[in-house]
Design a protein around this ligand. Structure first.
Ligand code: UVW
Length: 341
């Protein structure tokens, strides 16, 4: 079916490029709809050539000191029997932004309008100022808007995010262009990656995009992490809002590039895909990508080995398969916590 171009999509209030009408008002898959049987079958038959698996999975406990004031994952080992014969159940408590992960639709609304993808409400029925101060669970699970459950990650988890993957290896591309063969930007600075850079990298690698591609952009964050000393790694943990890292620029051109190429999902090796922080007065891309398009944003994808295999084979496309955490939120399991301080 024909999908409107970015400029032909309607606006939602001050946001151009709203795709809520593309797959219907009840849709909960967003751009994952582009991963049709036909698209996945073509990817499998054309891309699986060597049969070699390359994991992109960075450990859940990386970065060792989480950014954005997040908590380190914890494992509680539960002893199963009173005699302690050694049988253990592990209970793992994680912030879902740990390690390699997809941002789901419930991660980011259009902040000033209180709506997630497809206008599902992001607001609570209990006003913030009527709650006591501190981090607290809301007392009554039924105060959670049902939208929080309906657009959870379970929709992508049960559909799968599988199809043709495309690596744009900016690190190798930019390094090869520089006179002294070093990366000409610091991946831990707020350097902005532009559309012409992405397009030039794709052209140099011989990549032509197709509808439904899963785009992976290697910016260099994880490479630098591997090369860094422990104190340097620990220094990444700024207080909320002080982190800086390179990523795709917040611009209308970037939105046009992402939408008009009809990517099903986009991921990178850094914490947020987009450069951080966004320049003063610019809206985060998260709001458009998740809130207006329902496009999965992959973060902390370890693209180091993939980069080596692509360089070795001279091929930057492959079959990509990902099955997000299948946690189906219900009023019983969804314990909304908030900071009111
Ligand atoms: C932002 O909030 C921008 O990034 P993350 O997806 O890591 O939360």
């Amino acid at each position: 079916a024909k999908i409107p171009t970015y400029d032909a999509l309607p606006a939602f209030k001050n946001f151009p490029g709203c795709a809520w009408s593309v797959w219907g008002s009840e849709d909960q898959l967003g751009t994952v709809n582009l991963l049709t049987d036909k698209v996945v079958k073509a990817a499998a038959s054309e891309e699986i050539k060597l049969g070699r698996s390359v994991s992109l999975n960075w450990p859940l406990n990386f970065p060792e000191k989480p950014m954005f004031d997040r908590q380190t994952p914890q494992i509680d080992m539960k002893v199963r029997e009173p005699q302690d014969l050694g049988v253990r159940d592990d209970e793992i408590h994680i912030n879902t932004q740990s390690g390699t992960q997809w941002d789901g639709m419930r991660h980011f609304p259009l902040l000033e309008h209180g709506v997630f993808y497809n206008k599902f409400s992001s607001t609570r029925s209990t006003p913030l100022d009527s709650l006591p101060k501190g981090i607290l669970p809301l007392p009554n699970p039924h105060q959670i808007d049902p939208a929080h459950a309906r657009i959870g990650i379970q929709n992508w988890a049960t559909h799968g995010i599988c199809g043709r993957g495309v690596l744009l290896d900016l690190v190798s591309y930019q390094t090869s262009l520089s006179a002294n063969k070093t990366l000409p930007y610091d991946p831990w600075s707020s350097h902005a990656i532009t559309v012409p850079e992405l397009e030039a990298c794709a052209a140099a690698q011989g990549v032509k995009f197709r509808r439904g591609d899963i785009l992976l952009v290697r910016v260099g964050f994880i490479k630098k992490y591997y090369d860094a000393s422990q104190p340097e790694r620990d220094g990444l943990q700024g207080l909320q809002g002080q982190e800086t890292f390179a990523g795709i620029e917040q611009s209308e051109d970037m939105k046009r590039f992402l939408w008009n190429n009809h990517f099903a999902a986009i991921a990178s090796d850094q914490p947020a895909l987009e450069r951080w922080p966004p320049p003063e007065g610019t809206l985060h891309l998260h709001q458009t990508i998740l809130g207006l398009w329902g496009m999965p944003i992959g973060e902390f994808f370890d693209l180091e080995k993939l980069s080596r295999v692509c360089a070795e084979t001279g091929r930057y496309t492959f079959f990509f398969s990902s099955w997000p955490l299948n946690m189906s939120p219900s009023p019983q399991t969804l314990n909304l916590q908030m900071s009111t301080s």
